[in-house]
Design a protein around this ligand. Structure first.
Ligand code: TPP
Ligand code: MG
Length: 183
């Protein structure tokens, strides 16, 4: 599965629901796939994508979709425990797991050496989990996650792109302003 194609599929699926994107390629690809006011792009704040999404989920009834990254989540795994503790029914976490810190030079991450983030989530009392490798599988589980109560934690194993999208012109203050005005 490729992240850009899967990102486009997710945009089609979620309608107007808020999406929080991990820094780097995840944010860039979301911007190119379909810039919209309800995309919350993170910039520099590595490890905080799903933390921010958790905070949002706790303050609204709408489903919140977090598009996180393996390397970032590994740096802040306490987020998974916090999600398991708080049990937000409306939070859907998708982890783009390319088994590397791609943006900083493709260094292999722990998931390339056996760390299984789905099992971490299950160990943190998150019952609705999956690991998927094909875009169609991701679509199926995501449709279920958007219909049924969560929290959901979906590890999407992806093949790293040979070329990256151009860096998106993100201004964090504008992202916050645009996003807040949609609630
Ligand atoms: C606290 C902190 N440490 C390091 C960085 C540098 N950095 C930016 S993106 C990145 C890799 C992120 O890896 P992952 O979440 O797996 O996303 P990928 O690049 O693979 O899409 C790193 C190390 C940073 N922004 N903040
Ligand atoms: Mg990665």
């Amino acid at each position: 599965m490729h992240r850009y194609s899967a990102t486009r599929m997710i945009l089609d699926l979620v309608g107007d629901l808020p999406i929080v994107a991990n820094l780097g390629p995840t944010t860039d690809e979301l911007w190119h796939a379909g810039h919209r006011d309800r995309n919350f792009y993170t910039y520099g704040s590595m490890g905080l994508c799903s933390s921010i999404a958790l905070g949002m989920a706790l303050s609204t009834d709408e489903k919140i979709v977090s598009l996180d990254g393996d390397g970032s989540l590994l740096m802040n795994m306490g987020t998974i425990a916090s999600i398991g503790r708080e049990q937000p029914r409306n939070l859907v976490v998708v982890v783009w797991d390319n088994e590397q810190w791609a943006q900083t030079g493709n260094q292999l991450s722990h998931t390339a050496y056996g760390t299984d983030l789905e099992q971490v989530a299950r160990g943190c009392n998150i019952a609705n989990t999956a690991t998927v490798r094909e875009e169609e599988e991701l679509q199926t589980v995501l449709m279920q996650a958007l219909e049924e109560d969560g929290p959901w934690f979906i590890v999407a194993k992806i093949e790293e792109e040979a070329e990256y999208m151009p860096v998106a012109p993100i201004e964090p203050e504008m992202t916050l302003y645009r996003f807040r005005n949609t609630f």
